[in-house]
Design a protein around this ligand. Sequence first.
Ligand code: 6CS
Length: 314
Amino acid sequence: ETWRYAFEEAMTDVQGVYAQKFKEEVEANTDHEIQLFPFGTLGESADIMEQAQAGILQFVDQSPGFTGALIPEAQVFFVPYLLPQDHETLVDFFRTSVAINEMFPELYAQQGLELLKMFPEGEVCMTTQEPVHSPADLNEVKVRVMTNPLLVESYRAFGATPTPLPWGEVYGALQTGIIQGQENPTFWIESTKMYEVSPVITCIGHNNFTTATMANKDFFDGLSEEDQQAIQNAADAAFDHIVEYQKGLHEESLEKIREAGGEDVQINILSEEERQPFMEAATDVEEEFIGMTGESGQQILDQMKEDLAQAQGG
Ligand code: 6CS
């Protein structure tokens, strides 16, 4: 049988590298084949999620930035300054977190999805037209965010005018001036040439981009135990592969952007002092998250904090 797997990025981006490893492992250890569908072949992120829920796709990679519409608790990944910035700690957190490995699978299952893996894609930075050194610099700046209410609240707290849009519209909207900025991990800013249309890159250390891979649950439940195990093993192997692949990727991507963008590009890594007002604004966002998700969101957030303390050796 051939299984269909769609993701939100190109074959050479992080989700594509993960997907290729997953495919390789599944094909080596089962009698099945996997056909990969990168961004642009089956529609936007929301489209591939619908197709996975309908069983037209067996596998999908959708980031919580879009899943927040379906599973409000998934927006926890947009509480600014929650995730650690150190790569090893972050990876350890994803591996051991009870919230990620036990609580989220239940929430995804309620939407007909078998959550296979959540993994980090890299530190998120903003790209804008003008330099940003404080929240005041974001005043009246329309910043595109993925379509989830909490990310809208984050950017409102940061002082900007948030504009949720699907990915496919971002380059054009920056080019025509409908928006003046956006945020994404640096590998993506590089591969999609965001710097051409928003050349000022500002890193405030507020987040690392999380994504998630899953299977249609009816499909998964109908498989033999051997195939289910092979799929879970493949997801584990792809995780190991992708966290290794990401070592140094942020710095390499910034270097490539510098080379390709030339004099037009400005890269500003804000100092601890400059980050302070952004961090202070973040406290409100955590409250907004609880307001949106209630008891269940509070439980996820509390568990995540406990998991983070563990990963940080506390
Ligand atoms: O900003 C976005 O919408 C996209 N960013 C990344 C890093 N992956 C896919 C997603 O669609």
